[in-house]
Every structure is written in C-alpha cells, then in structure tokens.
Design a binder for this molecule. Sequence first.
Ligand SMILES: [Zn+2]
Length: 421
Amino acid sequence: MKPPAANTRTRKAPIPILILVIIPLIGLGFYVSPNLLDTTPPILTINGLEKDQRYRGSLTLNIVAMDKKPGLGSLSVRIDDGPPTSLDFVEGGSTFWTLQTAAFADGPHTVFVTATDRSLYKNPKHYLLPFYIDNTPPTLHVSPETLRVGQGRTLALFLQTDEPLADIRGTLFDKAVTFYPTNSENLYRSFLGIGVTSAAQNYPFTVNATDLVGNEAERTFQVEVRKTVFARGGYITLSPKKQRIMMDRSKSRADNAKRGAAYAKADRETNQLWEGKFIRPTEGRLTSPFGKYREYNTGIRRHHYGTDIANVVGTPVYASNRGIVTLANRLHIYGNAVILNHGQGVSTSYNHLSEIDVQVEERVEKGQRIGLMGATGQATGSHLHWGMVIKGVAVAPEEWTERDFSSPEIERLSPPNGEYR
Ligand SMILES: [Zn+2]
C-alpha cells in the first residue's frame, strides 16, 4: 500500500497550470471552434437557369450564397470542365453572372457553382445544373424535293425539322398555309390545294419556323404549278326554272356562304379524321370528271368543280372517308347537300341528293350511308356531284382515292391531263 500523504502532494501540483494555460485555451476554443471547426457548408440558391432547359444568346444567373458561421469564403462558377471563374459576392445578396452561350457549342452542358465558407475545412457547397445550348435555327427539309403539282390537284407537303418547333407557318399565293403535326417526330404536313384556274408557273412558297428557344429559320421553296389539260365540251341545257336559279346571284351567294362556313370548320380541325385512301362514294357512270370545262345554256362557261357519278334516283351514297358532318341542308344550286369535315382543311361534299340520312355534328365512318342519289337543285338528271375542297380550294377528289395522302413515302406526280377513268 502506498502512503496517503504522497498521493495528496502529487494531486495539488497541476492546479496553477490548469488555471494559467488550459482554461484560457478552452476559452479560446469556445470562441474559435464554432467558426474554424464549423462543418456546415454555405447555402446556395440559383435562379435564371432551369435544369435540362434549352437556352440561346446570353444567359444571366442570379446566385445567392450565404454562410451563417463563419461566413462565405469564396464563390466560383464554371462550365463543364472549364476553368472556374471567381465571383465577387455579397454575403446573402444576389450575385449576377452572365454566360454568352454562343461561346459554347450547341448541345448539353453543365454549369457548376461552388461556394465555400471561411472555416478550417473550407466546407464547400456544390450546385450543378445540366442545361442545353441551342443557338442554331431549325433546319427545314421539304419532301417531295420537287414541289410540282397540277392545276386542280393536291400537293401533300411534308416538312422535316431537326428539333421541336414552337411555331411553323407557310405562305403560298399570298395566303397562309397551315402545317399540322404528324405521328412522326418533328414531321409536319400541309395540304396545298391548287385551283383549276391558277396560272401554270412557279410560285414562291415561304416557310417560317421558330424553335423552342426562339431561333428562327426561313426558307423559300418553289412550287411548280403545271398545266392540267381539262376535258372540254358538254353543253348543258337547264330548264327555264333552273336557268333562273343559276342566274340568280343571291341564290349562289346564299349557297356559298353556307358551304364556306362548313369548309371553315375543317380548317379549324387540326386532327386528321380520315384514314387511308378515300372511296368513290357511289356506284354509277362517271359522266363528268373534275375540272371539265362546260358551257350552259345560260351562256355561262366554267370548270366543273366536282366529279359527277350518274345512276338512278335512290342509289345509296356513302361517306368517302371518316369525318364529321358540317352541312346537311337543302341548297338552291346544290340541292340536298352534305359536307363532311375530314380534318386539316379537307372536306368532301355530296350534292343533288334525293334524301339526306345524316345530321350536322354527326360522326360518320368511311362507307357509311349518308343519303340517296337524286336530282335536286341545279341538276339535269339523277347524279351525285362529288366535291373535294382543301382550304377553300376545289380539287379533284379522284386523286384521293388513288393515293393515301397521309404518308410521305409515296411520291407520285399528278397525271398530266385532267381525265380519270
Ligand atoms: Zn357536278
């Protein structure tokens, strides 16, 4: 056993050292450690750049960095693996940093923002944001390569771009051309209906496209309208009563107003309602093709804006394709008439019917009976006057029975003459 006296003496000796050295050190530690030994990184907030979004031109980031203890030590930013740029900062205030995106290639990039505090450990806070630089206008590729179309015919025009678009519009014959999206990515389609009396020549067709960040592209293509040799002849003798109807402009105007309103509904329908090729809507003899130049006993000479199929009164008339009824009414010249909206500016009409089976707003399927053949209105005998209108322009409906205009795969030139047999 050790003597207790010796123990007492050794315990007393460190007390002055404790007072003079260790206590002040602890005090200093209490003061310094929350700052120097702090392990909490700064808080970083970034505005002006959203993750994975596309940007063009100059881009300004608003960076707010703060560190309660011991305060902010540094703030820097870099793009991808480039050198960091040190930023002057105000603790807790906004620091603006502008990036000229044109200095970088188009494509995916990442911005890294790093803030550190003034502690011994220089606690860092990293913030990384992937984004996309796009300073290039969209490319516009048109198919078919050669835009060639006959008078009274349809040109289905496909426009392929390399990126999503915010807006696309065209101008032809000083009129706006609407492009509609297709099922394929970045592929748009437009139907150009060429009037039978449009002069056979080249026309500029301008397309303006804007991508999602506002890069604009404009391209002008040439549309070559070729002469269609329309059949001539046929002298049509109307009864005195029907002659009077034909010469009564107010009656034509009333008809045209109703028809125009029905066609306009198809222009507003952005969906393609039809499917595949159109069908010839009735059985019978083709008595007058589309575009045939005819003379009436009223002295009027004009192109025939439809295709006539003749058969006995009561022959069923079917919808050429799926659509919505936009007119089902008795007209002066067209008699009992039905107009179907097939979407994207495409309509078909069925005229001189003895009976109408459908109502406005009704959806009809391809091949569904919509009425019976007759001779109502300005008709010399029982027949169906079958018409097709694209954006207000009458075109040959037969062409749509031969070709599926929905797909860009098949490119086929219109026949050189107006005859369809
Ligand atoms: Zn006709």
